[in-house]
Design a protein around this ligand. Structure first.
Ligand code: AVI
Length: 323
């Protein structure tokens, strides 16, 4: 029998084969986050052009009390479940306030990366010695299903940082519909959406002057070289970002700067690139309030409240299950 890491590697290779054989070619942005990719994403979040993280942090810092009240956090004991918790910086603002208000809750960060969970736990245990923290490593839905069976506590699920933006419309509907299926009547979902705004502001966020986003995209080719024995020459590809204001979609591409053939050893296959042929790398969907409302409705939820930053760049939207 194959080990799970061998199975993961096969899925990765198969996804790459599928994407590079398609027209137009694509690679999935979920593979961006190896160690170097995660480091580069941290660097992106510090960039002056990348307003998203700062806008959402502002919401957490300035609207803490209202969020606490909207969560009904002083009423019954609940599980605060964070999907893709990362380093938990934003959530720590809520946790700090909730603890000071003597709210009764368990904090349950769920992440696919054991390493990320270890770092988070160590930090939170130091910062909040009285916090009950129970990490869950693995796939969101499998973990949520078993969690539902383990405890009767009300669930408040956080999905922050505009992570939903990296899903296509169909994936977003599938994702929330699956979540809806593991939620009960009084459970809540709190989601971070990046809002539509001046297209130049959005474009700059995905095409920064220092070229960190370009490195972040190109890093996936490095990963293919390292893990699948590919022979991409990174100088032969360049990053291109575009924002489509009607769809509200920022997309990034790697453009093949010349006609070339790339061989991928673990697939035993070559892939041809035309000069200036794009590989579609990532969508970062920007929403407006009507889109958020109809997405909620399509997936069996209703919007209870919206929390904005002062510039209305970003919204954390609180959804309730429609029974
Ligand atoms: C993780 N995700 C929300 C980021 C975004 O804004 O779409 C990923 C990213 N891609 C380029 N810059 C940041």
């Amino acid at each position: 029998m194959q080990s799970s890491s061998a199975t993961k590697q096969n899925t990765f290779a198969e996804d790459v084969r599928h994407g590079l054989s398609a027209t137009p070619k694509f690679l999935s942005s979920k593979y961006f986050y190896d160690d170097e990719g995660s480091r580069l994403f941290q660097e992106i979040m510090e960039l002056p052009e990348y307003y998203l993280t700062r806008a959402e942090s502002e919401i957490f810092q300035t609207r803490t009390k209202e969020i606490f009240e909207a969560f009904g956090a002083n009423e019954t004991k609940f599980d605060l479940i964070e999907l893709g918790a990362g380093d938990g910086t934003k959530t720590s603002v809520l946790v700090n306030y909730f603890l000071r208000q003597n709210a009764e809750f368990n904090y349950i960060p769920i992440d696919i990366s054991a390493e990320a969970l270890n770092v988070l736990t160590e930090k939170f245990e130091k910062q909040f010695p009285n916090l009950s923290i129970k990490t869950e490593q693995g796939d969101y839905f499998k973990t949520l299903k078993t969690l539902g069976a383990k405890t009767d506590n009300r669930k408040i699920i956080l999905f922050l940082g505009s992570n939903i933006g990296n899903f296509s419309q169909a994936q977003a509907v599938g994702f929330f519909t699956n979540l809806r299926d593991v939620m009960k009547e009084n459970d809540l979902l709190f989601i971070g959406f990046d809002l539509q705004k001046n297209p130049k502001t959005i474009l700059d966020a995905y095409d920064d002057a220092k070229g960190v986003t370009a490195k972040f995209n190109l890093n996936l080719l490095n990963r293919l070289n390292r893990e699948l024995g590919a022979n991409f020459n990174l100088d032969d590809f360049s990053h291109y970002a575009a924002y489509h204001p009607i769809e509200g979609a920022a997309r990034s591409f790697l453009m093949s700067r010349r006609e070339q053939t790339v061989f991928i050893e673990s697939l035993g296959e070559s892939f041809e690139f035309r000069a200036w042929e794009p590989i579609f790398m990532e969508i970062s969907q920007k929403y407006n309030l009507a889109m958020i409302c109809s997405l909620a409705e399509d997936c069996g939820f209703r919007v209870e409240a919206n929390f904005f930053d002062a510039r209305r760049y970003f919204v954390d939207s609180l959804w309730k299950v429609v029974p």
